[in-house]
Design a binder for this molecule. Sequence first.
Ligand SMILES: Cc1cc2nc3c(=O)[nH]c(=O)nc-3n(C[C@H](O)[C@H](O)[C@H](O)COP(=O)(O)OP(=O)(O)OC[C@H]3O[C@@H](n4cnc5c(N)ncnc54)[C@H](O)[C@@H]3O)c2cc1C
Length: 510
Amino acid sequence: MLTATRTRVPTAATEPGKPHAVVIGSGFGGLAAAVRLGARGYRVTVLERLDAPGGRAYVFRRDGFTFDAGPTIVTAPFLFEELWKLCGRRLADDVELRPMEPFYRIRFNNGETFDCSGDAATMRAAVTRLSPGDVDGYEKFMRASEATYRVGFEKLGHVPFSSWRDMARAVPEMARLESYRTLYSLVSKYVKDERLRFVLSFHPLFVGGNPFTVTSIYGLITFLERQAGVHFAMGGTGRLVQGLVSLIEGQGGLVQCGQEVREIVVKDQRATGVVLASGQNIRADVVVSNADSAWTYRYLIPEHVRRRWTNRRIEKARYSMSLFVWYFGTRRQYADVPHHTILVGPRYRELLDDIFERKVLADDFSLYLHRPTATDPSLAPPGCDTFYVLSPVPHLGSGTDWRQRAEPYRQMLQKHLASTMLPDLEHQIVTSHMLTPQDFQDRLKSFRGAAFGLEPVLTQSAWFRPHNQSEDIDRLYLVGAGTHPGAGLPGVLSSARILDTVVPHANAIV
Ligand SMILES: Cc1cc2nc3c(=O)[nH]c(=O)nc-3n(C[C@H](O)[C@H](O)[C@H](O)COP(=O)(O)OP(=O)(O)OC[C@H]3O[C@@H](n4cnc5c(N)ncnc54)[C@H](O)[C@@H]3O)c2cc1C
């Protein structure tokens, strides 16, 4: 485990004369927010309930294996570089981001494979092999993806959407880009082959969105990957977490683990501090919550001071899918298994209907298999492999009792992996650990155990999403997956960047 080294007293950063910012939660959104607030003159205290920082990017070590619990695919590295630059440092001095080529392998249910590459010519050749009649349509889709990226990521990803006018200004461009369409429908307009439609439309699943309902704006991810690459942090994603913690400490800030916030103190509709589970009060000039947005409003702020994010609205909102993740180490290496593989199941739309709409735990699945030791063997003992396999499943609204279902579900995944990519798996496992939707709720405090916060549907995006500058409480700000622009590392780092626009500079705090 990352050791909980941040437990020294005092609980809050002390630097007289500087306004105090408290950040609740040390996910990537919270850590990035802390760096930005530190750079803007605040003394910053990050309060994290777990025993180590990172949130979904928590790192645990077992039997000599190192597991990144969550994110493994690093896109938009420039957003990390910006944070290092703010501190007068270079990301490359602290973390090696290794470009992945190919980005990942897609393995269809019949065993055929398709490698997604960052190189345009290689990708064109792969599309030609898969579906020669779709090459022109594919090129057109890539141009549409670029146009969406220029607007959706470069322009709108950093707009706070605090006012409906921001939304009104964005609508004409969004209409021009056909954002009213779902991503799958846009992809289908350009290409006919169902396998290629999968290749070009599955990306929103990385951020909790259903390609059959999510706005086609999420088609920008394909271009973002080509433009900025897909990377792996050598030593694991935890290196980025450690790097950010050291930036915060270098600024004089504190990252305090094992400190749960019980309540955000609100006086005259203004956030004035927090109360810890221990009962300790910490005063703050600004409070930033990186805890799940629904959880923040529902459980950390009394309902009588909330006008927009009432309990009823929170209950009625749609939440993203959850995940079942099985982490395991093997005593042998599977040298021909790539770093990132997506194993497509027999059903696409119907499976996602089960997960997102009907909320039933199906007997079939599509999986993401992570083998970091393909790139960095130091993450396992010599001759061994580190893995995790992730299966999208319904959130806790399904009523699934994961205490009963987890082990049979794990066995089902193990059997499938043994018969497809990891022969003899059942005899090779030396360490094993599971994360279920129940853990997303109980451990990470995610409403309904959703893995990616509010579902990214059009009616819950931009102005309709919980704002980065709270609509209800002055001097309260939100970052992370459940606020604008949304989940995924680029999304949560962008949410922190928006703070530069909406949080007053420390000099302006009275
Ligand atoms: C298994 C998995 C794989 C993923 N893979 C990728 C990937 O490859 N690439 C990618 O870009 N994205 C990926 N994602 C998505 C990405 O990891 C998340 O969207 C992102 O990390 C969420 O960051 P966040 O800022 O919202 O904070 P979180 O990571 O959600 O952290 C919030 C923190 O707040 C803390 N907290 C909550 N309540 C309190 C409280 N009351 N007091 C104190 N602390 C509190 C929690 O303990 C937690 O540490 C993945 C997600 C998962 C789950």
